[in-house]
Design a binder for this molecule. Structure first.
Ligand SMILES: Cc1cc2nc3c(=O)[nH]c(=O)nc-3n(C[C@H](O)[C@H](O)[C@H](O)COP(=O)(O)OP(=O)(O)OC[C@H]3O[C@@H](n4cnc5c(N)ncnc54)[C@H](O)[C@@H]3O)c2cc1C
Length: 387
């Protein structure tokens, strides 16, 4: 991809070796089946195990818990290679970079020992369950409750839009405890009595992702299922959401680059009025504008990666990154689809599906409006509490 943009200096030869392995795996084991998975509405469990064997899941998890203890650039490689191949179905990023970090950072050793080796191997799948039908941006409005019982908690409530919802073995659940109105995070085993998966929701894009409803009907949890301390959920979420937004930035930048790459090739081949489409000034200007956007995005995303690795990526900067890169992806896929004419609207072209897939990125993981709120809050600080 760099041949269309500028050289990147983040990676060492060992990262490039890993990239070559992941690229081959994605080309051979994922891309040929992706359309079938889109029709099925989810991916098979076995692909998770294969990805786990390759070391594509939870790359940074410590070797004590079965991980490779690799640096974050391995994660970046895994995310990018899926995006470069338009492989939006398998929710590896949600698992590895959105759900598992809560456990890896804030979990007890007993919790890590119980879950992490299987999550790293792809034998267990994780999901984050925050959003509810009446509470998405405003997490303070969450109604799911955990009432204290003798030695544990009893969980009741409802979640919606949960990625990996049909496949997940572990749900990282945000709930209010009855001690106070503050949020806590629970590690909920999907096999517990009272955990019910609802509908796999039909949606505009991401057809191979099992975005689902989820219900908790008086689920009896152990004391050991509470993550960290009761009432500290919002603090954990703010930490987790910054990493989640960085993941979205990395993925969206790579997706935009992939669509741009495909479109440059398409317009060079497609002939209109006896000339390649790439000779039309409008096409040249549209793709030149996209390239300028991509260069800016690449500089921004690589900087965010470096900040994260240095431990200096704050929530405001992550929000600014998510706002800019997801909006840029939207502009880029729209411009690229237009260059395909009617073929761009046909699902057989990647650009059509990339266009549909891109739309959610300005919504999930916190909407663009909420990103602006977070950025503005840093300018004129006040109380927090939105997604
Ligand atoms: C495909 C998909 C996958 C998802 N995966 C997950 C998942 O795995 N786990 C999970 O927990 N959630 C998930 N979500 C939920 C996602 O994070 C929420 O949809 C998102 O945070 C927005 O919440 P909402 O849908 O309730 O919209 P609302 O909060 O109702 O927002 C509606 C509109 O109001 C605007 N708005 C809200 N508050 C403000 C404000 N203060 N100022 C200005 N405008 C505002 C919003 O920006 C938006 O435009 C997913 C969503 C989708 C669509």
């Amino acid at each position: 991809m760099t041949e269309l943009l500028f050289p990147r200096h983040l990676f060492q030869p060992e990262h490039e070796d890993f990239r070559a392995q992941v690229r081959r795996f994605v080309a051979e084991r994922i891309v040929p089946h992706h359309r079938d998975w889109e029709r099925a509405g989810q991916v098979p469990r076995d692909i998770w195990r294969q990805a786990g064997q390759l070391g594509m899941l939870c790359c940074t998890v410590d070797s004590r818990w079965g991980g490779a203890g690799a640096d974050y650039l391995y994660t970046v490689v895994a995310l990018e290679e899926m995006a470069f191949a338009h492989a939006a179905g398998p929710g590896f990023g949600i698992h590895s970079e959105m759900a598992v970090p809560y456990l890896a950072h804030f979990g007890s050793d007993a919790q890590r020992e119980r879950w992490l080796p299987r999550l790293v191997a792809g034998d267990a799948i994780a999901a984050v369950a925050m959003t509810e039908p009446a509470a998405g941006s405003d997490l303070r409005a969450i109604r799911t409750r955990a009432r204290r019982t003798d030695g544990g908690w009893r969980l009741s409530g409802q979640k919606v839009f949960i990625s990996n919802g049909q496949l997940a073995d572990l749900f990282v659940v945000a709930a209010k405890t009855d001690d106070d109105e503050r949020l806590s995070i629970f590690l909920v085993d999907a096999g517990l009595p009272g955990v019910q998966r609802g509908r796999k929701l039909e949606k505009l894009g991401h057809h191979a992702q099992d975005t689902s409803e989820l219900f908790f009907d008086e689920v009896q949890l152990d004391g050991a299922d509470l993550l960290g301390e009761a009432g500290q959920g919002m603090r954990y979420l703010m930490h987790g959401l910054a990493r989640e937004r960085l993941t979205i930035c990395i993925t969206c930048q790579a997706r935009a680059e992939a669509v741009f790459r495909d479109t440059c090739a398409y317009v060079a081949e497609r002939r209109v009025f006896d000339a390649p489409l790439s000779q039309m000034q409008n096409t040249r200007f549209a793709l030149a504008t996209a390239k300028a956007d991509l260069l800016a995005g690449r500089a921004l995303v690589d900087r965010l990666i470096a900040e994260h690795m240095a431990g200096t990526l704050d929530a405001t900067t992550a929000a600014a990154g998510k706002l800019w890169v997801t909006e840029m992806l939207g502009r880029c896929v729209d411009a690229c689809l237009q260059q395909h004419g009617g073929w761009g609207y046909m699902s057989e072209y990647e650009v059509s599906r990339a266009y549909a897939d891109a739309r959610v990125e300005r919504i999930a993981g916190g909407t663009s409006e909420i990103m602006k709120e977070i950025i503005a809050r840093g300018l004129w600080p006040r109380a927090s509490g939105s997604n």
